[in-house]
Design a protein around this ligand. Structure first.
Ligand code: PMP
Length: 765
């Protein structure tokens, strides 16, 4: 084999095709040569650097398009009759083909006129149309540029040190995960060119003279192909959507884009640019001497930067202004805000300085009116994911058949009660179904009083148990807070068993705090009163995401029962597998309550609550006064509750909470070792808390910093909130369909946000 590159190529041509001619190297990552032959005129010798198994697919696609009249590079068979021959070149095994040379200039080198863009769009549309009848067993494949699999590049964001660049890339991935991935399944699919870029389209003025390089073809959503071409059009227009629009208009002349296709189009194009940047960076990392940084990368950054400045909704409106299908207009922000202000009490507050107008939810994401997705890390109501299709379907199907009260026999009532009780210890076998956590706690109070004949209750400082009059009276979080009336004589507060900033912080803290409960009960009895029970959450939620120390609940339960009271577990926030290690929070403490209160996640957003208790407590309550809740336990709620339990089980969400919770907590602890501001990381499963302090010795609460973190995270598309008596605890309690990828992204964002915040000793609070 001759040693020079040209010599090798000439030899190959002569041996395999029995042809000679002058060779000229063409640009591109493959070894492509233009060959001037006397017999066939100009041809292209195409040597793929890695011999790939998908050449038959590529060839079949080219033949199909050739037959349909498209200007594509059909192959000239070698002397052996083969379309592609294996060649062992010094750089390794290669595949060589000889293809028809097509006339024209690469789009990259042509002037980008509206007419040309329209013509490129049309040609992509007609190509998709022609490929509708194309089938090939190798078409279901993937490769590094497959946009449907873009999330596999996410980890590479770590390679970038600039927080600004990282936040641009994170936005692309977030859009991909929240908008594109759920949408793609609903988009028309077919054969894709796979890389319809500015080198692979040959043009003459506005005429398309050649479609090249089908090496990345695959089966997928057609919109992916359009997005690739759009990415290049946007690069040429430096992100101007108006200038790129004729491309979409041209495509629409052949096939109208669906609503979903329109909404994923720009996110996909941005993702393509991000993959380009990430692939370049990965290559550069593995080969630092690989030469000058590609100029294309700078253009890709600039283009992304411009695209980011527009909201997804505004971008879609501009890009798809010429489309047949136009989106239904959203009510405008100001009018929504105004009507709320006019008719809703100010006592109902809103999150964030400029509140979000949320228009839909899906999985772990909430979508705002401007189309921007937000990762929801605070909503433990939509436990199995916002609008989970199985739950939505259960509600809608039952609502279409029957929804009435529980004064008739209905199989779903018994089925649901039995299913709920089956998740509890055997003694907890009787259910009351109501409509909210407050209602459930209110009923739990009545049950406790009926079972004991006593009136008073013990609650933990900082607790919140609901908004009804009695629940407010049992919630120090409210009655001791702004506007609160202070304690009622029948409610007795014990200190929060907080091992981070409370009185006891050592290994015996659980028993020590339980003694506070005993002391309080002693004081109550000394006043001639008696207790009906103690309300406690298995991890304190509004009280500051505080896990109860080991031994606290067993000892407290003992003290309460010895005094004749019953033990009530408020599982409204932490139940249904959220803690990972057990389905119910109380099970993590090895106790069995007498009454369990359920709410929030029970209906995944459908208004439901429940009280589960022992038959003897329920019998004591059955004193002749009828219990009735108009809506509680209706067939729709039961169908919904059953669907929630099914999804938790089928999607193994408890195991997921355990695994992801450990990963999340470990990541937060790593952040704690780098950021002085993080005083404590605590919690379990997907119920975590980050306490911010200005000084790790004095524990001065960093409330303003906590709020700054929450606001910066919101700007980055992640919803968090603060809680705790000192407003310095960031709480994390997301829908349980969160992914590891979401967790890693959150940790990277938090790292960057905390970097900007140093403890501020002079801030007043
Ligand atoms: N208990 C706890 C622990 C809660 O967090 C809440 C609500 N935040 C309630 C009870 C009251 O539930 P609801 O708002 O459904 O009435």
């Amino acid at each position: 084999m001759p040693h020079t590159e040209y010599g090798q190529a000439e030899e190959l041509l002569r041996q395999q095709w029995n042809l000679t001619g002058a060779l000229e190297r063409l640009p591109g990552e493959n070894l492509n040569y233009r060959v001037a032959t006397a017999e066939h005129g100009p041809l292209v010798l195409k040597i793929s650097l890695e011999a790939h198994a998908d050449i038959p697919l590529e060839e079949a696609m080219v033949d199909h398009l050739d037959a349909a009249g498209f200007p594509v590079p059909i192959s000239i068979p070698a002397v052996s009759g083969a379309r592609s021959v294996n060649a062992t070149l010094p750089h390794g095994p290669s595949a060589a083909r000889l293809q028809r040379h097509l006339p024209g200039t690469p789009w990259r080198d042509a002037e980008q006129t509206d007419a040309l863009l329209r013509s490129i769009g049309r040609s992509l549309g007609t190509m998709h149309h022609a490929l509708r009848s194309f089938q090939h067993p190798a078409a279901a494949r993937t490769h590094g540029w497959d946009l449907a699999m873009a999330m596999r590049h996410h980890h590479a964001v770590d390679q970038f040190t600039s927080p600004h660049q990282r936040s641009i890339l994170e936005r692309c991935f977030q859009q991909h995960s929240a908008i594109t991935m759920p949408g793609l399944a609903h988009c028309p699919h077919g054969m894709l060119h796979g890389d319809f870029n500015d080198e692979n389209i040959l043009v003459d003025q506005e005429k398309i003279t050649g479609l090249l390089d089908f090496g990345d073809c695959l089966h997928g959503a057609l919109i992916e192909d359009i997005a690739v071409t759009l990415a290049y059009a946007l690069e040429r227009s430096r992100g101007s959507l108006e200038q790129a629009r004729p491309l979409i208009e041209g495509y629409e002349e052949i096939r109208a884009l669906t609503d979903t296709e329109q909404s994923v189009l720009l996110p996909l194009a941005m993702m393509r640019l991000a993959i380009y940047i990430l692939t370049d960076s990965t290559m550069r990392q593995s080969n630092p001497d690989g030469g000058m940084r590609n100029q294309h990368v700078d253009v890709a950054w600039q283009t992304l930067e411009t695209c980011m400045a527009l909201s997804p909704t505004a971008a879609r409106t501009t890009l798809c202004a010429g489309c047949h299908l136009q989106p239904t207009p959203q009510p405008n922000y100001e009018s929504v805000e105004q009507s709320r202000r006019s008719h809703i009490s100010n006592a109902l507050s809103l999150n964030f300085e400029r509140p979000l107008h949320i228009t839909r939810g899906q999985g772990q994401y909430l979508h705002a009116d401007d189309g921007r997705p937000y990762l929801d890390l605070v909503n433990n109501v939509c436990h199995v994911g916002h609008c989970h299709p199985q739950v939505v379907d259960a509600i809608a199907s039952q609502a279409a058949v029957l929804n009435t009260n529980t004064r008739y026999l209905h199989e779903l009532l018994g089925a649901y009660a039995e299913r709920l009780c089956s998740t509890m210890p055997d003694s907890l076998d009787t259910c009351f179904l109501v409509n909210s956590g407050s209602e459930a706690n209110e009923l739990a109070l009545r049950l406790a009083r009926a079972a004991t004949g006593s009136n008073d209750v013990v609650v933990i400082d900082g607790a919140y148990h609901g908004h009804t009059a009695n629940c407010i009276a049992m919630s120090p979080y409210k009655f001791n807070g702004p506007g609160g009336p202070g304690p009622s004589d029948w409610v007795h507060v014990v200190p929060s068993p907080d091992v981070y900033r409370g009185q006891y912080r050592d290994d015996d803290a659980g028993a020590a705090y339980a003694l506070d409960v005993a002391d309080q009960i002693g004081a109550i009895c000394a006043k001639g009163r008696s207790i009906a029970g103690m309300f406690s959450e298995p991890i304190l939620s509004c009280g500051g995401q505080i896990p109860l120390p080991k031994g606290y609940l067993p000892s407290s339960y003992e003290h309460v029962r010895r005094a004749g009271g019953v033990c009530i577990a408020d599982e409204v926030q932490v139940g249904f597998g959220r803690l990972g290690t057990s389905f119910w929070g109380f099970q993590s403490h090895d106790v069995v309550p007498d009454i369990v209160v359920l709410g929030k996640p029970i209906g995944n957003g459908h208004p439901m609550g429940a009280v589960v208790t022992t038959r003897s407590v329920a019998d004591a309550f059955d004193n002749g006064m009828e219990f009735f809740s108009t809506f509680g336990g209706n067939p729709v709620s039961c169908a919904c509750g059953l669907a929630v339990l099914d999804v938790i089980e089928h999607e193994q969400l408890q195991d997921r909470a355990l695994e992801l919770g450990q990963h999340f907590k470990a990541g937060l602890e790593r952040l704690q070792s780098n950021h002085q501001l993080i005083g404590d990381v605590r919690g379990q499963g997907l119920f975590l808390g980050i306490e911010l302090v200005r000084d790790r010795t004095t524990l001065e609460p960093a409330d303003q910093e906590a709020s700054a973190v929450v606001n910066s995270m919101r700007d980055r598309g992640v919803l968090l909130s603060t809680d705790g008596p000192l407003h310095n605890v960031i709480k994390i309690k997301p829908p349980m369909v969160l992914t590891k990828d979401d967790v890693d992204m959150t940790l990277r964002h938090l790292d960057d946000v905390l970097q900007d915040l140093t403890p501020n000793p002079t801030a007043s609070y």
